[in-house]
Write a protein that binds this ligand. Sequence first.
Ligand code: SF4
Ligand code: SF4
Length: 245
Amino acid sequence: MKAQADELAAKIVDAVLEERCASEEGMRRYRPLLEERAHRIVARLVIDPGEESESNDDPLHQIHALFKLADATVKDELGSHRYPKPACPDSGGCSMCCTHMRIVLSAQEACAIAKELLGLTEPEKAEIARRLPSLGKSGPGSQCGLLDEQGLCTLYAARPINCRTHRSCSITACEDRVRLGRNAGEEVVFAYPFDDLVRKSFHHAVQPGGTPHFLEMNTFLSNVLHDKESLAAWASGQIPAEHGA
Ligand code: SF4
Ligand code: SF4
């Protein structure tokens, strides 16, 4: 078990460094910060996630149990180090990141979103469908289709892991990132050296051993909101083969 955790933690650290660090120097400085935390996070989310994450009759039970565990992990990581307090308001009110981040989700997370969508009223679903065509894909210059006119997430309880782990200790850095582009406000990316570890561990837990297959949020919403059968299938946990079932 320990060897398995060590191997996976090392793999995840390498993957994060490759994605996030442009230079050898950056990798050298950031690696110890990640390595210190990776084993603990992998152990918690992948190796021994507890009984709650074991499957039961509800096909979406595991994903919600893992969401809960990931939320608790983020909270504990923030509390266990002398990090600067996140700039993100505790009670909401800042949604800048929802307006410029590319939002991707695993097929399992898409099932959770579909289940919540299915529970919305027809006018609520129509409202999301109405805003999607002018948005295109989420990302710089666009926004997530679930962000409503009041700047709130329509399906907050089922928001993907990327949204759950995204924290910044500098709102100025977030503003720079929105205004100037992806590589601006670098401290946002490296503000808390656990967000990518939690994300990657989470994805490994939901799709063990595989390369996660991701869907883009607005494309997924658009597809299922125009196809009731597809929405019902996703909501019941049926993942089409082309999405990594
Ligand atoms: S990450 Fe930045 S933009 Fe997103 S809620 Fe926090 S402070 Fe606001
Ligand atoms: S899913 Fe919700 S929290 Fe995530 S980007 Fe969309 S609106 Fe924001």
